[in-house]
Design a protein around this ligand. Structure first.
Ligand code: NAD
Length: 256
């Protein structure tokens, strides 16, 4: 059980981050939800988790594209035994047409945010004598696809950061690992469907079956609950000697 632990999950008012927060809460952890918005419904998500799982849950607004805000999130949380770096965005365009400001935003949110949060969380974990960093990379942290230069570069960077942090904490009761999901049907993936339909001149169904699940031998989307379960595993005693590695949850994508 993760009772008495506090987990901070970046980008967790939707999709995978919310699924991970729910599974950590189910396992007994107090959770801090985050995104860049500050709406009533964001705070309501935390209240819902608190009521459903009997844990403490808070929502803290912080923009993960800004280094100081990333650091502020961890400071405001006050405690961070489990850090899940999940916030991420995507943009699909050929490299020679890729907007420079979009490149910068993807690198900031998908990669640099994890550097900033980890830098502040590690001293807290050391003080508490236990810690887990779980970075949500991607199958695109291990392989590439055309038109996703910034995303693939950032996710490969996340895997590199994961290994480095693992080595720096190797002799401490702290681990750092990455989860590499294949396709999960979240708003992030939904948003790619129109662009991909245009790029390949395909229907929505064709994009899902022939482009997305074409890469995923299981021909099934992974679920946010499964990614939450993988995160809970990394936080368990069974995973205490697992550090600096990647766990693919991709229906066989990277076995191809
Ligand atoms: P999503 O769009 O549902 O969730 C992204 C989350 O990040 C949201 O909560 C969003 O509010 C938050 N976010 C975006 N910009 C932010 C910012 N500037 N500051 C703070 N929060 C911000 O997408 P998702 O699919 O759940 O993606 C979550 C993570 O999983 C991402 O890192 C993504 O790259 C990764 N991933 C997703 C898939 C997939 O198929 N869905 C596959 C592999 C990896």
């Amino acid at each position: 059980t993760l009772q008495g632990k506090t987990a901070v999950i970046t980008g967790s008012n939707s999709g995978i981050g919310l699924g991970i927060a729910r599974e950590l809460a189910r396992a007994g952890a107090d959770v801090v939800l985050n995104s860049f918005t500050d709406r009533e419904e964001d705070h309501a998500l935390a209240a819902q988790i608190a009521a459903e799982f009997g844990v403490e849950a808070r929502y803290i607004q912080a923009d993960m594209s800004k280094g100081e805000a990333c650091r502020g999130l961890i400071k405001d949380a006050g405690r961070c035994d489990i850090l899940v770096n999940n916030a991420g965005i995507q943009h699909v365009a050929p490299v020679d047409e890729f907007p420079a400001e979009t490149w910068d935003a993807i690198l900031a949110i998908n990669l640099s945010s994890a550097f900033h949060t980890t830098a502040v969380a590690l001293p807290m974990m050391r003080a508490a004598g236990w810690g887990r960093v779980v970075n949500i990379a991607s199958a695109h942290g291990l392989t590439a696809s055309p038109f996703k230069s910034a995303y693939v570069a950032a996710k490969h960077g996340v895997v590199g950061l994961t290994k480095t942090v693992a080595l720096e904490t190797a002799e401490e009761p702290i681990t750092c690992n990455a989860i590499c999901p294949g396709y999960v049907l979240t708003p992030l993936v939904e948003a790619q469907i129109p662009d991909t339909m245009e790029k390949y001149n395909m229907s929505r169904e064709e994009v899902i079956k022939q482009v997305m699940l074409e890469r995923q031998p299981s021909r099934e989307f992974a679920t946010v609950e499964q990614l939450g379960g993988s995160t809970v595993f990394f936080c368990s005693d069974a995973a205490a000697q697992i550090t600096g590695t990647t766990l693919s949850v991709d229906g066989g994508w990277t076995a191809l």
